[in-house]
Design a protein around this ligand. Sequence first.
Ligand SMILES: [Mg+2]
Ligand SMILES: [Zn+2]
Length: 183
Amino acid sequence: MRPALFCDRDGTLIHDAHYLRDPAEVRLLDGTVELLRACRAVGWALVVVTNQAGIARGLITPAQYEAVRARLDALLAAEGVTLDATYHCPHHPEFTGPCRCRKPGTALYTRPRRDLALDLAQSVWIGDRWHDVAPALVFGGRGLLVPSEDTPADEVARAGREAQCVPDRRAVVAAILPSGSPA
Ligand SMILES: [Mg+2]
Ligand SMILES: [Zn+2]
């Protein structure tokens, strides 16, 4: 069993374009490649988990979602980085009823735990919203909030109390791999 870095997508790995459906708008954020490389270098799994309520709202088609996912994979591949898996919740409770996969639901973490043989208690959750890092508290891992321009102040405060808050992706590397050098 190995640890995973569970990453939110929008506002965490890529610029949050809000209901992103055009692959041409996928832009990696500063430090994303370095963070993923550093975790890969020490043998961690790289798993993206993303809420995509735009699908439930009819703003993003499943084909558009897939094209964006493939574009992110291609941008990372050009940098020599391969994700182990990407999971998304296409639901929204107002449109499609309750589900167990929409973060902070845990279904999209128990599935890779089984499929990829992950040690969740040794894993790290990063994201720009509290619901991205809250699952760490459920599974006994570490949660690091990396605020974006969309992060509410109360969520920053809560992460400071109940998890951890770091300024950027470089600081994530320093916090979780203190003895390792970034690749
Ligand atoms: Mg986000
Ligand atoms: Zn869902």
